[in-house]
Design a binder for this molecule. Sequence first.
Ligand code: AMP
Ligand code: GLY
Length: 472
Amino acid sequence: MSGKRVLVVDAGGRGNAIAHAFARSAAVEIVYVAPGNAGSEMMEKCRLAAGQGKALKSISELLDFAKKESIDLTFVGPEGYLSEGIVNIFQEEGQRILGPRREAAILEGSKCYTKDLLKRLRVPVPPCQNFADADEAREYVRSTLAEDPEKGLVIKADGLAAGKGTVVCSSQEEALSTIDRIMVSPRLFGPAGNKIEIEERLEGRELMFFALSDGGTVLPLQSAMDYKQAYAADEGVAIRLFNKLSGNPNLDNNPNTGGMGGFSPHPWLDEELTEKIIKRIAVPTVRGFKEATAQEYTGVIYFGLMISDEKDVHVLEINVRLGDPEAEVILPRLKTDFYQLSMAMLDRRLRGVQLEWSPNFCLGVCATSGRAIKPLSSGGSERPGYPGEHYTNMPISGLEKVDPDVLVYHNGTAFGNDAQGKRRLFTTGGRVLTLVARGRTLAEARTRAYDNIKRIRFNGMRYRKDIGLAYL
Ligand code: AMP
Ligand code: GLY
């Protein structure tokens, strides 16, 4: 029998980590990645899927490719394609594809819908309310804070906003201006901000919990610590400069990103907590969603959780996919064959599956496009950097100096020619590369990741220096 042919749909580091996991399966002959990036061909068996030399992006292009190349399994990384219904479209054409259908992707696509559903299912969420009208939202903020001025509020755009649609507010003034900026002007997240959710700010420790669902059985994946804020807490000067350059009224706001780094395994996720999350949150959500909608949830489900000192757990958000950069630090530790595991999810055979993990730690640090001034000769001005406006198309150097066993997953890169006509790697996005190092201890993985990231350079390159630091 010939080997299996897999297509991974993703443009970032997560997609390259997923492709790498498939490539390690003895059953797999080739893994195509689309749209992919310059890093998609760097792992053995992995190739960019291209049509007439161009990266494939639209669902119809991807479907044509899957048919033409006799793809056995397509695996979808990002929420956008899932919300657009890529799974429905592939299934209607008889293609095997893993991920939730459009109807289930609403669990990430609408925070308002999801919080209402979870409340009905008695899955614990922070006290929260939805608003489609900015005046009503402002009134709610004023009356809530009149009752308890100490209460913290978190304002979330309802729809998809690349992980940036949540603002943790520290004052009434900030909450009111956030409502304006999302719902009225400049409508920071476009139509994703037609509705908002306002929720009470909870204190505690955050945990990103991943599970696999075949529609019936929910199997926990090992978890990862993610660093969502752009800056470490002690980078006050950089935070103020970022906000000043971005025109943000609150100069001390540490902005959220898609993720700046992480590590796995997660230090707090023991068996007892895993069981509690599965029983109280994951299983009731998957089963309750099916009862409410008659739709099954198949694929990876990701719960953003807040854990209190008493180990009470609340759901802050649900995502319908693996996280980025969580996938980059979780998947290299998975010893179970990822192709067989994916087929078990599709064929409803997850019950009884035992996952095998490497005992090693993985720690990943994202190199991002930070504050930069383009040479005036190119007409550039100063930009605050990711997650705000940033420059791209900066040449990257030093990758050849990275140790061979350190994994370099590309988030936003492309090959091009420099001014001298030499083929080089360039930046194409806010997150550029995620370096993942392994170690027998967290400290060892951390030292190796930071030793190696220093060897890489591009104009404006910035990374957090504190990934894993508080957990040594
Ligand atoms: P979300 O987009 O809902 O995942 O929120 C992004 C980040 O905002 C979370 O990872 C938390 O750090 C923070 N956050 C969201 N909701 C709350 C909340 N209710 N209380 C405290 N922090 C929150
Ligand atoms: N790292 C957070 C996310 O992927 O949503």
